[in-house]
Design a protein around this ligand. Sequence first.
Ligand SMILES: Cc1cc2nc3c(=O)[nH]c(=O)nc-3n(C[C@H](O)[C@H](O)[C@H](O)COP(=O)(O)OP(=O)(O)OC[C@H]3O[C@@H](n4cnc5c(N)ncnc54)[C@H](O)[C@@H]3O)c2cc1C
Length: 504
Amino acid sequence: MNWLRMEVISAVTSWLMSLACQSVPIARNWLGGFTPCQIDDLTELWKKLSPSAKIYYPGSEDFEEATARWSVLDAPKVNVVVVPGTENDVAETVKYANQKELPFLAFNGAHAAITTLGKMDHGIEIYLNQLSSVEIAKDGKTATFGGGIMSKNVTDALWAAGKQTVTGTCECVSLLGPALGGGHGWLQGHYGLIADQFVSMVVLADGSLQTIDATSDLFWAMKGAGANFGIVTSLISKIYNIQYSNWAIDTLIFSGKKVEAVYQAANDCLLKNGTQSANVINWSYWLNIPAIDPNNPVILFYIIQEGVDVVDPAYTEPFHDIGPLSETATGGSYIDLATWTGIALDAPPCQKDGLVNPRFPIYLQTYNVPAQKRAYNQFASAVSGASVFNNSIFMFEGYSMEGVHAIAGDSAAFAYRSENLLAAPLITYAPAGSDLDQQAAQLGDQLRQVLHDASGRTDLRAYVNYAHGDETLEQWYGSEAWRQSRLRALKKKYDPEGKPPSNP
Ligand SMILES: Cc1cc2nc3c(=O)[nH]c(=O)nc-3n(C[C@H](O)[C@H](O)[C@H](O)COP(=O)(O)OP(=O)(O)OC[C@H]3O[C@@H](n4cnc5c(N)ncnc54)[C@H](O)[C@@H]3O)c2cc1C
């Protein structure tokens, strides 16, 4: 028995002794739904866990750190954190939770901001961060990853071995958090979504640990609706030899007055009706940078290209001709991308600062230029100056879609393979009560609606991993009746009691 485990046991024991089956109302309130006798039984769980497992209780720094979330709006509430040391510890914890009728939720990078998570008002957090192993197969075609591994750890471990695979772009999100909802990443233009890399996984569904692959009906659901079906404790994923080690970026900043010219150029020179080269990515943010424009949000536009030291002028010159406020060309390697685009571990989007961060996603085919202008004007008037929403950003992610389009649409629960762009206002603010939450939701919905109205579509297509939470099941998982009925049937089969509370 190691020191840490001893320390935890003694802390648990004294804490439990102080509570032992009290029926004091104040204690019950504090426990938020647990009865003291249920908590007492944690010793029963503890005995079944491996020596490397940990349990964190409220009041400890570890608990605070493990429960902090990227967005505090309708965040799930937990009373205790179990940190499994092994895959079997996850199974034991879930069995325990089920026996005691306690809600539980897997925490990985804790970036899920969907408001449906707020339905969890007490229960057990299963914090997966110790399950972070990487093992590259001898044939170099696959790797086995622990269910709690972070994107950066995947990228760094594979890079050191001359390999890579599709992960989320942001260094602080996990591999599986994005993947279970589909998962967009820099390399998707070649290989498809993160979920398209799944070969097999160990998943705790139906109360038992099972290894599933393409022969299982559950496998389809794990590729796009996975957070509803069970906890993935490990994953075998496809990996690839590094094709190009060099990448380049052109970072342009435009005044908002140029919004029409910028997105016309993006349509004409980059997106090209959904045929953007597999080696090219366009990304932009609207945001306030007062040092550059004190009055209105600017357009921060990235053109990223793989296999070159400088982005091809055929892509950049049309943008230079528009007259940016600044332009910076940088070259380096794949592992520089997160720093260049402001989403590395130490960058602001990776911090858990107690902010409210709802997003309102919509997939699109193309930039509708007049709608971009209308959305910009509305965004600018809502977030400029001293607005409480002045840290908000409007994101436009123009990943290359070639590898995603190339895979059959019915191969996964992810429904939006034919799309070309992912847009989302992200309304950021300090928490200040439900009136402000409603104002933010209204603003986010209005901005998304401007783009939706211009799309000419009847159905709104939302990326579930960015979802606000008030969208419909059809908007998250596709409006085709067969998708909905297949998901419902699988839910009934594998999770009839609706255990993971992230989505209904
Ligand atoms: C800064 C930032 C950058 C982002 N970048 C990208 C990106 O590049 N590409 C992209 O597609 N999305 C991206 N997203 C969205 C991202 O996919 C979601 O926020 C996702 O929920 C993050 O996963 P996580 O592990 O960090 O969060 P968590 O909240 O820990 O997990 C997300 C959900 O998945 C469940 N879950 C996590 N791990 C497992 C597991 N092993 N088994 C079963 N269920 C599990 C959790 O219970 C939760 O419901 C980004 C989000 C943020 C905030």
